[in-house]
Design a protein around this ligand. Structure first.
Ligand SMILES: Nc1c(C(=O)O)ncn1[C@@H]1O[C@H](COP(=O)(O)O)[C@@H](O)[C@H]1O
Length: 160
């Protein structure tokens, strides 16, 4: 099965990015996690972006805070779909710096951007991309959606 690469600019992003890792593992998807920084490890960034598609990855989730250039730079180098997770880092401008850095990509280089700290949705979206051609993962997504519905309906029962 194809893997999902989960990368982040710093280990300090891990508490947020863990949500993507957990949900993907729950769907039975292989995940490889790494720290890659456009600013601090530019050579590693270049190598990762150029070679991810030859290493068995089908989708890349990239999370970063502040001047979050990691997702966009990976998208510029890789033919794979890139999902960007804006992370609200400790010295951020309320997370807006990261949101805008990841969201406002120039035409031709898309990054599918989720909400601030929205790593869980990034994981679900990555699984859905795999599920377009992988029946096993698709069935997991269908079951997940069914479970969401059941939980909401059960929570509504408690109201009366
Ligand atoms: N935005 C980037 C990039 C990048 O875009 O390549 N590399 C690190 N960072 C971000 O800097 C913040 C603070 O990092 P530290 O906690 O290590 O100081 C993190 O949220 C990281 O994603």
């Amino acid at each position: 099965m194809n893997k999902v690469g989960v990368i982040m600019g710093s280990k300090s992003d891990l508490p947020v990015m863990q949500d993507a890792i957990d949900i993907l593992k729950g769907f039975g998807v292989d995940v490889e996690v790494d720290i890659v920084s456009a600013h601090r490890t530019p050579e590693k960034l270049f190598d990762y972006g150029k070679n991810a598609h030859t290493r068995g990855f089908a989708v890349i989730i990239a999370g970063a805070g502040g001047a979050a250039h990691l997702p966009g730079m990976i998208a510029s180098l890789s033919p794979l779909p890139v999902i960007g997770v804006p992370v609200k880092s400790s010295n951020s401008i309320d997370g807006w710096d990261s949101v805008l850095s990841i969201l406002q990509m120039p035409g031709g280089v898309p990054v599918a951007t989720v909400a601030l700290n929205g790593a869980k949705n990034a994981g679900i979206l990555a699984a859905q991309i795999l599920g377009a051609s992988d029946l096993y993962v698709r069935e997991k997504i269908i079951a997940y959606k069914e479970d969401l519905k059941v939980k909401v309906n059960e929570s509504a029962k408690d109201l009366s």
